[in-house]
Design a protein around this ligand. Structure first.
Ligand SMILES: [Zn+2]
Ligand SMILES: [Zn+2]
Length: 195
């Protein structure tokens, strides 16, 4: 199944995308599903039901969580997650909650992810292709590939309709729920894909 696992709705101050428009566009693009990952918010959970939508698209709601040591896409967690955690505390929290955490756009010039989070194995899933990174920024993932073992995935980081599905993740299992997504990510059953 093909998912764009990194999309911002207008719940994020930097995006004006309506959830309905995202869902329609994603289906037209040929995606099987999407993840809504607003900045520090899972408010989308109060607006739509997770799972299959009327048009057949699967929607899973996570969050993009910013820390001083990088941004992380987190899934399978509830609304009680404390904000302003350090990367280390966040990653431990997510693990305890049996969720999944992805190092977002690790080599972006602005807001990269600190290497210790991968080296220490606190985080072992990396968004190795991000739709808003330059190709040079994305190619730097090779530095980590030579040193560490981690699961790779990709997301568009869409803030506009045209960006949806530009980068996606192919899953080798069916993803119909947040639990399915967390299982696939934590067991390495995926790979990033570009158009
Ligand atoms: Zn944003
Ligand atoms: Zn983002």
């Amino acid at each position: 199944m093909l998912f764009d696992i990194h999309i911002h709705s207008n719940i994020s101050p930097c995006s004006s995308l309506k959830l309905d428009d995202i869902i329609n566009k994603a289906k037209k693009t040929g995606l099987d599903g999407i993840c809504i990952t607003d900045h520090e918010s899972m408010e989308a959970k109060t607006l739509i039901c997770e799972g299959m939508q009327k048009n057949g698209l699967y929607v899973i709601i996570g969050m993009e969580y910013s820390t001083p040591d990088g941004d992380f896409l987190i899934f399978g967690i509830n609304n009680n997650i404390p904000l302003n955690l350090t990367a280390e505390k966040l990653l431990i929290w997510v693990k305890k909650a049996k969720g999944a955490a992805i190092a977002a756009h690790p080599f972006r010039k602005v807001r990269p992810v600190k290497e210790y989070t991968i080296k220490s194995k606190l985080c072992n899933i990396v968004e190795s292709i991000n739709g808003r990174n330059t190709s040079i920024e994305n190619s730097r993932i090779n530095i980590w590939r030579k040193k560490y073992n981690f699961t790779e995935c990709g997301g568009s980081d869409a803030h506009t309709l045209q960006e949806i599905g530009k980068v996606k993740t192919r899953f080798f299992t069916d993803i119909r729920s947040s639990e399915d997504l967390v299982y696939a990510l934590n067991n390495g059953l995926c790979r990033p894909e570009e158009k």
